[in-house]
Design a binder for this molecule. Structure first.
Ligand SMILES: [Zn+2]
Length: 240
């Protein structure tokens, strides 16, 4: 790489990081996110919600039941507030690293075609979407945006068939929802290559049947073992 092109890459990375940093809001807990997943936006001192296992979770014989996760630890402060210990601090360097790690998880889609859906209101204005929706024909292969590993194959009323995966750094959770079906060989804990087919676009969960799309979200939890938690990060500025 010439020093000129290196300078250009670094400059672009910093610009991306600044852009993405600007999109980071206050701390958020995501519960089995789908289009109408509940995200609770709070000031920094408000409660960390314990994850309640959704009643709609499918625990078919072919799938292991989701273990009841432990309630997130809550730390009381002197004035009675509760600090959130589930969300992690995301730095501009983290975002620059993620940007270099990720590809657009649908084949043939250009960055310029991605719509900004992160800040859209959903649920009748009661919450923010906090994910990237990419419209695509049913059956379009969904690609692993990063190397990493499957954390959890999950099924919920809102998100439908979902993959929760750890990125290559094992610090971020990448979530793909409304899948029509999983790719063969997908199961909890399997390693993933970047670009590997993990499933197919569909409209499971609360997506409209005539509008199949991929719901792609990124979260930064304190630990990826807490795959249902974390600070939401807008994927779109990171996908180039
Ligand atoms: Zn969505």
């Amino acid at each position: 790489m010439t020093s000129l092109s290196r300078t250009r890459v670094v400059t672009r990375t910093i610009a991306l990081a600044a852009l993405a940093a600007a999109s980071l809001g206050c701390k958020v807990v995501i519960e089995h996110a789908g289009d109408s997943a509940r995200s609770t936006k709070r000031s920094d001192t408000v409660v960390s919600l314990p994850y309640t296992r959704p009643a709609d979770t499918v625990a078919a014989a072919s799938r292991p039941a989701v273990p009841a996760p432990l309630p997130l630890p809550q730390i009381s402060t002197a004035d009675g507030d509760v600090s959130d210990s589930s969300a992690a601090e995301t730095t501009p360097a983290d975002l620059a690293m993620l940007s270099l790690e990720l590809i657009i998880p649908l084949p043939g889609v250009k960055a310029s075609e991605l719509r900004d859906t992160f800040n859209e209101k959903r649920g009748g204005g009661t919450r923010t979407h906090e994910a990237l929706d990419i419209m695509a024909p049913r059956g379009t292969p969904v690609l692993s945006a990063s190397a990493g590993r499957v954390l959890k194959l999950h099924n919920s009323k809102d998100g439908g068939l979902m993959v929760y995966a750890a990125d290559a750094s094992d610090r971020f959770v990448l979530m793909y929802a409304h899948l029509d079906r999983y790719a063969e060989g997908m199961r909890d804990s399997v390693p993933l290559r970047q670009g590997q087919i993990i499933g197919y676009v569909g409209s499971t969960g609360n997506a409209a049947a005539d509008a199949p799309h991929l719901h792609f979200a990124i979260a930064h939890p304190r630990d990826v073992k807490l795959w249902w938690t974390g600070t939401a990060i807008d994927p779109r500025p990171l996908l180039r």
